[in-house]
Design a protein around this ligand. Structure first.
Ligand code: BDR
Ligand code: CA
Length: 311
């Protein structure tokens, strides 16, 4: 079992990632969820994270509020993709469970200090503000992290928020730079991979056919989320970006990639937030990330559907 903390800005795809983790207790022990501003402001991401836990019948999960804005710029949000609430699609009840006391960054630091070294994996699926703040505030915790498995960036697929940048990295490039230069073992799920796991109508029908409230809510989330990609890119379904991280922790064999150097652009106006990945090894810069390039999409959806059936 891997002990993980999910750092998130839900987001329909974030919601599916949380559900996949909660459905997989043999492989994953979820120590807590830390929320960050991203797809929508912090008050909504903290609300949405709790709604998703309650949807899974897990009002006991620890949910923390974290940073409400990026390290050095104004917050950019993505209501045009995720809807006004960030979790448009299903009608879910307002959360009853309360947020934990204390800041998400304190929880990250405390947990990493308390748990044995090398036993906690961080799974950031939003802007990297909380993780970077923890590393800057308490550099001693950096070496305690087992691994970071994050969704962010792009190589061949390049940007989805600007021509050059992927949303999570673009929103807080300075935070991304802190994480990518931290020395922690990094596994990255860029758009190149996440645009290979598309919820087609057939795949959504298979999820809906599970016939549970969780499955119905997921089907409605991906239906909402899909519209953007279909209209914008003519895509045949919603890319399930964030669940790639959790699927990787359960079934790493579904993914393939390369250990490469990745640098973050933090100054250029034109390419701010670009992940400059040396896929072809044309520099002598040291590799700092396992950058994924492909995924077995059918294997991913069998796993997801089988796991959602458990909730
Ligand atoms: C990422 O940005 C958000 O909109 C999604 O939740 C995902 O984490 C994709 O670029
Ligand atoms: Ca996200």
């Amino acid at each position: 079992t891997r002990k993980i903390i999910i750092d998130t800005d839900p987001g329909q795809d974030d919601a599916v990632a949380i559900l996949l983790a909660l459905a997989s207790p043999e492989e994953i022990e979820l120590l807590g969820i830390t929320c960050v501003a991203g797809n929508v402001p912090l008050d909504l991401t903290t609300r949405n994270a709790r709604m998703v836990c309650e949807l899974a019948g897990r009002g006991d999960v620890k949910v923390f509020a974290g940073c409400d804005r990026p390290l050095g710029r104004d917050l950019v949000t993505a209501e045009h993709v995720h809807g006004k609430t960030g979790l448009d699609g299903p009608t879910l009840p307002e959360p009853q469970m309360t947020l934990q006391d204390g800041h998400a960054v304190e929880f990250l630091i405390e947990t990493l200090r308390t748990e044995p070294t090398g036993t906690v994996t961080l799974v950031p699926i939003g802007p990297l503000t909380n993780i970077a703040t923890a590393f800057k505030t308490a550099p001693d915790v950096i070496e305690k992290v087992q691994e970071i498995v994050l969704m962010g960036g792009a190589y061949f697929a390049v940007g989805n928020v600007t021509p050059a940048a992927e949303f999570n990295i673009y929103v807080d490039p300075q935070a991304a730079e802190v994480v990518f230069t931290s020395g922690v073992a990094l596994t990255v799920m860029p758009l190149d991979v996440t645009h290979q796991v598309l919820v087609t109508q057939e795949r959504n029908a298979a999820i809906r056919a599970l016939g549970t409230p969780v499955a119905e809510a997921v089907a409605q989330m991906t239906e909402f989320f899909e519209r953007y990609d279909r209209e914008k890119y003519g895509s045949e379904g919603a890319p399930l970006h964030d669940p790639c991280t959790i699927a990787y922790l359960i079934r790493p064999d579904l993914f393939a990639g390369r250990h490469v150097n990745v640098e973050i652009e933090t100054t250029s106006e034109l390419t701010l937030g670009m992940t400059v990945a040396d896929w072809w090894g044309v520099t002598d810069r040291a590799p700092n990330a396992q950058f994924m390039g492909s995924v077995n999409a059918d294997g991913f959806f069998s796993l997801l559907t089988e796991r959602l059936a458990r909730l």
